[in-house]
Write a protein that binds this ligand. Structure first.
Ligand SMILES: CC/C=C\C/C=C\C/C=C\C/C=C/C(=O)SCCNC(=O)CCNC(=O)[C@H](O)C(C)(C)COP(=O)(O)OP(=O)(O)OC[C@H]1O[C@@H](n2cnc3c(N)ncnc32)[C@H](O)[C@@H]1OP(=O)(O)O
Length: 260
């Protein structure tokens, strides 16, 4: 696959490093999501792999979230395939038996934030220009219930409620204060720190850690599994509305204008 190049390396420590590399901004297209899920599945099935560090190969951007062009002016069949791929990615990452560490080396709005939230631990570069959050409301769309559940499980109900309603993108220091990221480190120390955190988590017996993780996450995962088709229908009916299409088009225009 061409668009979402994901470098993987499993060291002797049993740790893979996955680097998002889909210029210009690592947006989560159908192709990217499919490749990401396949990569996760392969690592999950590889007994030599016990943990994965997820980061970006691009400067300043971890991931710009779902590829908005995938949600604009496409067919029902396309929306169905795209949304199933988003669900699949999350089910694999949030439900992974591996230790997952996000080394967030750039901005990470919406779907990018979901990836970080789905990991076991988040370390972010301490650059106040980098921001992270579920900003869907700013686009005139609504974060699905499982984005919200994942967010609540990390920061708690009150912080999640305020942040989601306002569609806030939190600069790194604020994200740390809110508990949205676990640690801030200078950018050049990010991978070193991620490796150290990984070693700490891998020092425990896998079975005990895995069963505990399942116990903590199962209810939220089961909720999407039980309502998967309904969630796809909701997405299609929401995104097919002309008012939503208009909001998405205006947002894309705003992004383009910002450049000129
Ligand atoms: C009832 C509810 C039922 C069901 C739920 C229904 C709906 C909910 C559906 C989905 C949830 C949505 C989740 C998402 O993830 S939506 C995506 C949100 N993402 C963003 O808001 C980020 C937007 N991008 C930015 O803010 C900046 O681009 C960024 C800070 C990431 C980088 O800035 P920089 O200045 O470095 O680059 P730009 O010049 O802005 O961008 C370069 C290039 O890339 C294009 N671009 C950027 N982001 C996206 C994107 N997410 N998708 C597609 N394209 C993107 C941008 O337009 C530029 O293009 P071009 O001008 O052609 O070079």
């Amino acid at each position: 696959m061409a668009a979402a190049t994901l470098a993987r390396r499993i060291g002797r420590s049993g740790v893979a490093v996955m680097k998002f590399k889909s210029p210009p901004v690592n947006s989560l297209s159908l192709e990217f999501l499919t490749e990401f899920s396949i990569s996760l599945e392969k690592l999950e099935n590889n007994r030599a792999c016990r943990g994965v560090i997820i980061t970006s190969a691009l400067p300043k951007i971890f991931s710009s979230g779902l590829d908005i062009t995938e949600m604009c002016g496409k067919s029902i069949e396309h929306y169905t395939e795209f949304w199933r791929a988003v669900q699949e990615m999350w089910l694999r990452l949030y439900g992974s038996n591996m230790v997952t560490v996000a080394a967030v080396n750039g901005s990470s709005p919406a779907g990018g934030c979901l990836i970080a939230l789905s990991c076991d631990y988040r370390i972010m570069a301490e650059n106040p220009k980098f921001s992270i959050g579920l900003n869907e409301a700013q686009l005139g769309i609504v974060a699905p219930f499982w984005f919200k559940d994942t967010f609540v499980n990390v920061v708690g109900h009150r912080i999640a409620e305020r942040s989601l309603q306002l569609g806030s993108l939190h600069p790194a220091p604020e994200a740390h204060k809110l508990g949205l990221v676990d640690e801030l480190v200078p950018e050049e120390k990010l991978m070193e720190k991620a490796a150290a955190v990984m070693a700490q988590w891998l020092a425990l017996p896998d079975h005990a850690r895995q069963l505990t993780k399942t116990m903590m996450r199962k209810a939220v995962l089961d909720r999407l599994v039980a309502h998967r088709e309904e969630d796809i229908k909701n997405f299609i009916s929401f995104v097919s509305k002309e008012s939503i299409q208009k909001s998405l088009r205006m947002y894309m225009e705003m992004l383009k204008k910002k450049k000129s």
